[in-house]
Ligand binder design. Structure first.
Ligand code: F6R
Length: 600
């Protein structure tokens, strides 16, 4: 769950220190408890610092390093060893001949460490990573080439890794991938390596995604990819359709606010070319080959799990058997899955370890697997039988916002494709969503509502049907970025226990749309809350008289329940954002969290 950057520039190209630091700033969402970089020429220089990237930028002697055109860098999210200068990457061997950065977990590191320690190696850090430079050094001492030493060391590792290394005096970067993403970029004035494309998108959009088992040698002229046995392998070069500006803040104070406001665009991208108005049908070219009418199981984590709950609900309402599971709880030992089952991993990053494990387990039973993801070339996209892209564009803020909305919409499209029903009204409703989200953004009172609750002890969110996952998501966003206690409940569950927590100091947000049976029941639950004198915020389209019980209203356009849930989610994102902003929280990089969770 860390970010890796590598670079080898051509003569006259940019200084490695600048390219690496810029690249790391685009990858801080992957981890930000410490950072470091290494340049190998003329002699190996390593700088690292605990804290956000700014701490590293403060100590790096840019002038002294300006002549070096080769470098690697790392931004860390701790797994082994606390965040500290010494545990920060890169790690080196004792003689300072090789520097290594690593993302993932080396599962057999303790055994390797014990062996090395027995052979006299003195370890400086508590990390699993540090075994790698010491192993490499062992082979260098036996007279093998840097590339062979790198390969032999990698061969000994078990677990997941993306690893990059530089050797003193050499203008080459070596890297290897196993279960952690790595992508190579080919620019006019150099070759790039990163955990994710935004790290070098300002330099090039021509990329090549590495596969598990790949080892790559980067030089200024390009990259040679080989398999673990050293045989050349052909990895296609693709052009990514990302605009470098997409990965910047464009005048917003935070990426999260920018990304909330990008939702109409993201949703339009998601729909583009997928709905045939004349026929009233959905065409999903990404998954043309997928034809399925058996049971569907969704596996996902966090916000993506909330989207998966929508997906399952949407399919059930279309007559298909569907369930959503937390990926970390999914096991084929207890959950019936077979070749008739479609298992859908919902994962914006495509790299979440829990979700990948669940998908792999499902695949072993013969189930068909589908990744619903934002990340082309991600592990989920490559490993599943099919991949359906949500097309939200890069999301940098750790708290998922536009990817959530795009997941909701993509799963509604998936449901339409799977049930193969032409339903013009339902599809027209989906087509209207981007404009309605824009209306919410233009008219929202979320900031004023947030202002009312600066001193609140805790928050509750309730909803029914499609609005239940919105309640869960509203609470998750609140927790993540305000650090205030928040819980989401199915509205009907409140009276079965949580109501004991409701007081005049615990605001309750109730999502109610239309005037159907679900709305009427939720209003009954709102009345129960009102009787306990909790401040109540209705997120509603005005279809019912819920506001007679409530103190504040966040209005959304009148529409169907599904669309209402997308619009309500936007209102709740804004409430959390404005409260976190008022409280001065680290909104884009909340404490203890990272964007991409590549450990189970
Ligand atoms: C919360 C959030 C996380 C992710 C979860 C899964 O705002 O972003 O809960 O949804 O870590 O991540 P992906 O979707 O990348 O699998």
């Amino acid at each position: 769950m860390c970010g890796i950057v590598g670079y080898v520039g051509t003569t006259g190209g940019a200084a490695a220190v600048d390219v690496v630091l810029d690249g790391l700033s685009s990858l801080e969402y992957r981890g930000y408890d410490s950072a470091g970089l290494a340049v190998p020429t003329p002699s190996l220089a390593v700088h690292k610092a605990q804290g956000e990237l700014a701490a590293l930028e403060g100590i790096v002697p840019r002038g002294d390093l300006a002549g070096s055109l080769t470098g690697i860098g790392h931004t860390r999210w701790s797994t082994h060893g606390a965040p500290s200068d010494v545990n920060a990457h890169p790690h080196t061997d004792e003689a300072g001949r090789v520097a290594v950065v690593h993302n993932g977990i080396i599962e057999n590191y303790q055994r390797l460490r014990d062996d090395l320690a027995e052979a006299g190696v003195v370890f400086r850090s508590e990390t699993d990573t540090e075994v790698v430079p010491h192993l490499i050094r062992r082979y260098l001492d036996r007279g093998v080439s840097p590339e062979a030493a790198f390969r032999r060391a990698i061969d000994q590792l078990e677990g997941s890794y993306a690893i990059a290394a530089v050797f003193e005096g050499s203008e080459t970067v070596y890297a290897a991938r196993q279960d952690s993403p790595l992508v190579v970029g080919f620019g006019e004035t150099g070759t790039y390596l990163a955990s994710d494309v935004p790290a070098f998108i300002e330099h090039t959009d021509r990329v090549c995604y590495l596969e598990n088992g790949d080892v790559v040698r980067l030089t200024a002229d390009g990259a040679v990819v080989t398999d673990s046995a050293g045989n050349p392998v052909d990895r296609p070069t693709e052009t990514v359709a990302w605009d470098p500006e997409d990965a910047e803040k464009s005048g917003y104070d935070h990426y999260m606010l920018k990304e909330i406001h990008e939702q109409p665009t993201a949703l339009r991208q998601c729909l583009r070319g997928r709905i045939d108005d004349l026929e009233g049908t959905v065409t999903l070219e990404d998954i043309n080959g997928l034809d399925h009418d058996g049971p569907v199981q969704f596996v996902a984590c966090g916000t993506s799990y909330h989207a998966a709950l929508f997906g399952a609900e949407r399919l059930r309402r279309n007559g298909m058997a569907a369930q959503a599971f937390l990926a970390s709880e999914y096991t084929t030992d207890r959950i019936p899955v077979d070749a008739e089952t479609l298992v859908v991993g919902v994962t914006q990053s495509g790299e979440t370890a829990d979700t990948l494990r669940a998908l792999r387990e499902a695949a072993r039973t013969g189930a068909t697997t589908l990744a619903v993801t934002n990340t082309v070339g991600s592990s989920a996209a490559r490993e599943c039988d099919h991949a359906l892209y949500i097309r939200a564009g890069p999301e940098i803020g750790v708290a998922a916002t536009k990817t959530f909305a795009s997941q909701q919409l993509t799963l509604a499209l998936l449901a339409a494709k799977l049930v193969d029903s032409s339903n013009r009204t339902a599809l027209e409703a989906l087509r209207d969503i981007p404009g309605q989200v824009q209306t919410v953004l233009d008219t929202s009172d979320a900031r004023a509502v947030a202002e009312e609750f600066v001193d609140a002890d805790g928050f509750f969110f309730i909803g029914r049907g499609y609005h239940y996952p919105v309640a869960l998501e509203g609470a998750l966003k609140m927790k993540e970025i305000t650090y205030r206690h928040a819980e989401g409940f199915a509205a009907g569950e409140l009276k079965h226990g949580p109501l004991a927590l409701v007081t005049e100091d615990t605001p309750v947000f109730a999502v109610v749309t239309g005037d159907g049976e679900g709305a009427r029941k939720t209003i009954g639950n709102v009345a129960e809350v009102a009787a306990r004198e909790a401040p109540i915020v209705a997120v509603t389209d005005g279809g019912s008289d819920v506001t007679r019980y409530t103190d504040y209203v966040l209005e959304i356009p009148t529409t169907d329940d599904f669309t209402g849930s997308v619009l309500a989610a936007t209102q709740l994102q804004l409430v959390s954002y404005w409260l976190a902003n008022r409280l001065g929280r680290s909104i884009d990089k909340p404490r203890n969290l990272a964007k991409c969770v590549t450990v189970e």
